[in-house]
Design a binder for this molecule. Structure first.
Ligand SMILES: [Zn+2]
Length: 276
């Protein structure tokens, strides 16, 4: 048995831009076939944390929160920082290296910050229409709330019980109480039950994914609720809600936010780069 109960903390790639969070209820999760045993999962988690801290360090070294954030729509490369006559610009790194023929999309760093402020302002003022509607619709679609959490807990308990039964049966066989035929029959019944429960568990988990999306949207809604119109660029807000930015052309940026949301905003005219 290589299965294990684990605390929830992982990243999902099924829906973009979502990081799984432990809501604080410290629910345990049953992980199928976690062979080799649990220690490797802990090592894996430790490695992930290390990787995350490295990413943070890398960002700080470049001394800009835009490192790795701006993307070229032509080649997909991230943008590179350039200092020209006292002004900070960002440019497609492959283009800057002369490796591609991407359309020039040099963008001033301050223009990105200004455009972010415009986007955040609009998002905050249309918060109810945009996020409120989404949250409501998602809630209507699933209509099970925290039921899936409870369902998963129940299934985990049943699987744990059956696994314990399996152990007892195996011990009885080893001690000669159960003959080979009876042992095979009994373990097969238990295995079938466990397999059926695993399927149920997958379904419940899929429902929980929707809960997670609503949670992310609600956090975003909460954050924007506290947004004061006209506030200057906030690094904290930027880091909290922006996943990446596509530099569409010299007049537009597309902000990819948490929960898979994306908004395109015009760069203020006086902040645009005119040069080709
Ligand atoms: Zn490019």
């Amino acid at each position: 048995m290589g299965d294990a109960l684990l605390q929830k903390e992982y990243t999902t790639d099924t829906v973009p831009f979502r990081k799984k969070r432990n809501h604080g209820e410290k629910a345990q999760y049953y992980v199928e076939n976690s062979n080799p045993p649990i220690i490797s999962w802990e090592v894996f988690q430790a490695a992930q944390r290390l990787q995350e801290s490295r990413i943070t360090v890398t960002r700080r070294e470049h001394n800009s929160i835009l490192s790795g954030i701006l993307r070229c729509p032509d080649c997909g490369s991230t943008f590179r920082r350039q200092l020209l006559r006292g002004t900070v610009y960002w440019m497609c790194s492959d283009k800057a290296a002369g490796a591609t023929k991407c359309k020039s999309r040099r963008v001033r760093e301050n223009a990105v910050f200004d455009t972010f402020c415009l986007m955040a302002e609009k998002l905050a003022s249309h918060r109810q229409d945009l996020l409120g509607t989404l949250i409501h619709q998602l809630g209507m679609m699933q209509n099970h709330g925290s039921e899936s959490q409870e369902k998963i807990r129940q299934i985990d308990k049943q699987i744990a019980d059956l696994s314990a039964q399996n152990l007892v049966v195996a011990r009885l066989h080893t001690n000669g109480v159960l003959n080979a035929t009876d042992f095979a029959a009994q373990s097969s019944v238990i295995s079938n039950k466990i397999n059926a429960l695993r399927l149920d568990r997958k379904k419940a988990l899929a429902e929980d994914e929707d809960d997670e999306l609503i949670y992310t949207l609600k956090s975003l809604d909460d954050t924007l609720d506290g947004y004061v119109p006209g506030t200057p660029f906030s690094q904290a807000l930027f880091e909290e809600i922006v996943q990446s930015i596509t530099v569409v052309d010299n007049s537009r940026l597309t902000f990819h936010l948490v929960a898979g949301l994306a908004f395109t905003e015009q760069i203020p005219e006086n902040a645009r780069c005119r040069t080709a």
